[in-house]
Design a binder for this molecule. Sequence first.
Ligand code: CA
Length: 364
Amino acid sequence: MKRRTFLSLAAKATAAGAASTVFAAPNIIIAQRNIRWQMATSWPVSLDTIFGGAQIFAERVAAMTNGRFQITPEPAGKLAPALQVLDAVQQGSVPCGHTASYYYYGKSPVTALGTAIPFGMTLRQQNAWLYEGGGLKLLQDFYRQKFGVIQFPAGNTGAQMGGWFRKEIKTVDDLKGLKMRIPGLGGQVLTRLGVTVQNIPGGEIFQALQTGTVDAAEWVGPYDDEKLGLFKVAKFYYYPGWWEPAPTLEVEINLREWERLPKEYQEVIKTAAVEANMGMMARYDARNAAALKKLRDAGVQLRQYPKAIIDAAKKAADELYAEFSSKDADFRRIFAEWKKFKEETDSWFGLNEYAMESYLFGKM
Ligand code: CA
C-alpha cells in the first residue's frame, strides 16, 4: 500500500473513532503444501454430467485452495478400468477416484447402499439419510475398515429411466432369456426374473447393444442416454428405473492419502464433494426434459413398466435383502438402519410432498 493511501485510510479510521483497527493483526498467510492428485473415474469424458461431477469437485478444490491442491479427473481406462476404481484407490495406485460404489457389490453388498438399491430412497431421502440420518457415518466406518478408503457423496442422477429394449416387455415371462446390461443389485433382481445380466462400462454400452452382446441396456436417463445414442439401436424406452430411485456417485480417497492431508484440505474436500453432489443433480434436472423431447422426436417409444413386472421385481428385491441380511452381518446392521430411516421418512414424503407434486405435475 502506498504511504499516502495508508495515511489517508488511517485518518478516516481515526475520524470514525476506530484508529486501533488500522494497526490490527496483519494478514496471516499459512503456506499450505502444493499437492497434485490424479483421479481415476468410471466415466468417459463425453458424459459431461456424470464426468462433470468429478470436474466440479476438482475445480472447487483448486479454487478453494488458491490452486495449491490440484486434482485431475481422468476418463475410465486411463488410470484404472472403469469398474475397478475402488480397487485402484484401495491399493493406492491412485490417491482418489469418482465412481458408483454399487459396481463393487461383489466385494460386499453394503457398497450398494452407498449408491442405490432397487425400491430404495428418493434423492431427498438419500441425502437426508447420508447427511442427517447417520448413513454416511455408517458407510464411512465400513469403508474405512473394509477397504482402507474414505468416501464422500459427490453426485446424483435422480430417478433413472428403466432402460432400452429392442422388443416390448409386457409380462414377466418376456424378460426370461433376455441379455441385459444392468449393474448393482438391480441386476441381481433381474437375474431372479430370468434375465442374463452383464455390467458394461458406460462408454461401451452402445457397441454391446449394437452388436447383440446384449438385447437391452440401461444407463441413466434421457440426457446421457441420448448422448450414448442408445435409441439408434433399441426403440422401446422404459420407465421408471425402479432399481435406481436416486443413485449417489462418490469420491473415494485412499485412507493413507487422506490422513496425510492438512486439516484445511480435508475440509475443502468435504465442501467440494457437497457442491458436486448438488451440481450434478442440477445439471441432469436442467437437461433431461430437452433430451427427452429429442428422443421422442426421433421416434423413441416410451413405455411404463407394467405393474406386474414391478411387483415381481419388488418381491425378488425383498428376498434378496433377506438373503444378504442372513449371510452378511455388516449388511444386516446397516440395512436395518437404512430401512428404519426410509420407512420413517416415507410417511412424511408420502403425505405432503407427494400431494404437492401430484398436483403440480398434473396427476391430481
Ligand atoms: Ca443405471
